[in-house]
Ligand binder design. Structure first.
Ligand code: NAD
Length: 267
């Protein structure tokens, strides 16, 4: 899909300084959107992300810093973005992970994971969606996980946050379902639920399974546990799905959760 069907649209992608978020920002940029980049990183990492998004074809791109653990910073960021351009596409992608048994989970990790993976999406949605309703077009794409559909051990706050965002997306999808039209594209809210994707987020889990072997041994061990395809997705694979959901003809796809998991949740 190389047409520039998102020219004159603006997208905010949270956590787009690396990984899946950066790939989604580049995918939407290639379709012609203006991109609000958000995420942590050194000034060099942020510059690299902005350069990648511009080279992909963004009509314009800026970084809006906010630590998504803090609702006040989110409000300030959303006001700054609104002054720059109205948000048509909101991708709540930022997320963190910490894998230890429930009884060993530090309380601060629970709070941070719920704040970034779930509450931040509530705040960006409550601030961005009324404007989408006024304009008759809007897309909210929440990057959940297979862990929004099934559980695994040692991931209590992560699984709780991802099940939470699947539920939040259904409610918002229902509340906005009748707004807009087939011609304007409507307002839709969906989740993408990836299995394993090659990014920095899962590196500690790969390393934990090396068992003295190579990184490839670690990848093989990790993927073979649950993902029947035996291969990881690339961030670009997730971006392709997100970009497609922004098309006008996706106007009737809402409140849904799409696994991209090599069969993990089919079992
Ligand atoms: P990543 O670590 O490469 O990227 C995470 C992004 O979130 C970064 O841009 C980071 O700066 C940002 N971020 C983290 N804490 C933040 C904070 N406090 N404030 C603002 N930004 C913050 O990870 P990724 O693998 O690209 O993950 C992206 C999303 O995909 C996450 O929600 C994750 O749960 C989900 N996911 C990933 C996988 C996978 O296998 N990699 C699988 C399923 C779901």
């Amino acid at each position: 899909m190389s047409d520039r069907f998102l020219e004159h649209r603006t997208a905010l992608v949270t956590g787009s300084t690396s990984g899946i978020g950066l790939a989604i920002a580049c995918g939407l940029a290639a379709a012609g959107a203006k991109i609000a980049v958000n995420g942590l990183g050194t000034p060099e990492q942020i510059d690299d992300a902005l350069r990648a998004v511009r080279e992909a074809g963004a009509a314009d791109a800026r970084h809006f810093g906010a630590d998504l653990r803090d609702p006040e910073q989110i409000e300030t960021m959303m006001a700054q973005i609104a002054e720059w351009s109205a948000v048509d596409i909101l991708v709540n992608n930022a997320g963190i992970q910490h894998a230890v048994p429930l009884a060993d989970m530090p309380t601060q990790k629970w709070n941070d994971i719920l704040a970034i993976n779930l509450s931040a999406a509530f705040h960006t949605m409550r601030l961005a969606m009324p404007g989408m309703a006024e304009r008759g077009y809007g897309r909210v794409i929440n990057i959940a996980s297979v862990h929004g559909l099934v559980a695994s051990v040692n991931k209590a706050p992560y699984v709780a946050s991802k099940f939470g965002i699947v539920g939040l997306s259904k409610v918002a999808g229902l509340e906005y379902a009748a707004l807009g039209s087939r011609e304007s594209g409507g307002i839709t809210v969906n989740c993408i639920c990836p299995g394993w994707v090659e990014t920095a987020l899962i590196e500690p889990q790969i390393q934990a399974r090396r068992d003295g072997g190579s990184r490839e041994d670690g990848v093989r061990a990790l993927v073979s546990e649950k993902q029947p395809s035996g291969r990881m997705s690339l961030p670009e694979d997730i971006a392709a799905m997100a970009t497609w959901l922004c098309r006008r003809e996706s106007h009737n796809i809402t409140g849904a959760s799409f696994p991209i998991d090599g069969g993990w949740t089919a079992q």
